[in-house]
Ligand binder design. Structure first.
Ligand SMILES: Cc1cc2nc3c(=O)[nH]c(=O)nc-3n(C[C@H](O)[C@H](O)[C@H](O)COP(=O)(O)O)c2cc1C
Length: 179
């Protein structure tokens, strides 16, 4: 059984609809640890040693956040800066990483519909392209990068039924690591 660490970078999960629905869909899975960064570090003072210990204990790491200005949220960036340190998370020659081989899933919610995130659409790029620093970071840290989970239209167009389907699929994805 793989242990899953779900790291959440939503500024206030109590005010969230989409991210909260995703978290609620997996919260009761016994092999999933839910870790809310903003609730843990309201002062942005990350305990990097504690975070590295959490990462070391888990086999699958899920990085979940709403898309803010085509990027991750500020505390998640701070978390990357403090936790993915040279020598522990990466070396320049790729010789070692304490994260090597762990599965990584970036899971994001975007306010606008999916057709905005195409080369022809309003944003002229996919979310994979716009969030490519996640991919580069996870690659440098030698994660086994899995497909991105994307929930579009949270501010425009996503129905409650659509969100319930996305939450069910999220549950099924994370439940699959229990096997
Ligand atoms: C500061 C800010 C920046 C945002 N930037 C984007 C963006 O670049 N692209 C986008 O699709 N949605 C953007 N949104 C919308 C959020 O992604 C949306 O509110 C979020 O997915 C809703 O999730 P929640 O229900 O969990 O709060 C932004 C929202 C805020 C507050």
């Amino acid at each position: 059984m793989s242990k899953v660490l779900l790291v959440i970078g939503h500024p206030d999960l109590s005010q969230s609809k989409a991210n909260a629905a995703l978290v609620d869909a997996v919260r009761d899975l016994a092999h999933v640890t839910v870790h809310d960064l903003y609730a843990t570090y309201p002062d942005f003072q990350i305990d990097a040693d504690a975070e590295r210990a959490l990462l070391a204990e888990h086999d699958v790491i899920v990085f979940q956040h709403p898309v803010f200005w085509y990027n991750t949220t500020p505390l998640f960036k701070q978390w990357q800066d403090k936790v993915f340190t040279f020598g522990w998370a990466f070396t320049m020659d790729g010789s070692s990483s304490q994260l090597a081989g762990k599965k990584a899933i970036v899971a994001v919610t975007a306010g606008v519909p999916g057709d905005h995130y195409t080369p022809e659409g309003a944003n002229q790029a996919t979310l994979e392209t716009l969030l490519s620093s996640w991919h580069a970071t996870l690659r440098l840290c030698q994660f086994d990068i899995q497909p991105m989970v994307k929930v579009y239209g949270t501010a425009f167009g996503l129905s409650d039924e659509d969100l319930a389907i996305a939450a069910k699929q999220y549950n099924e994805l994370l439940a699959s690591f229990a096997a």
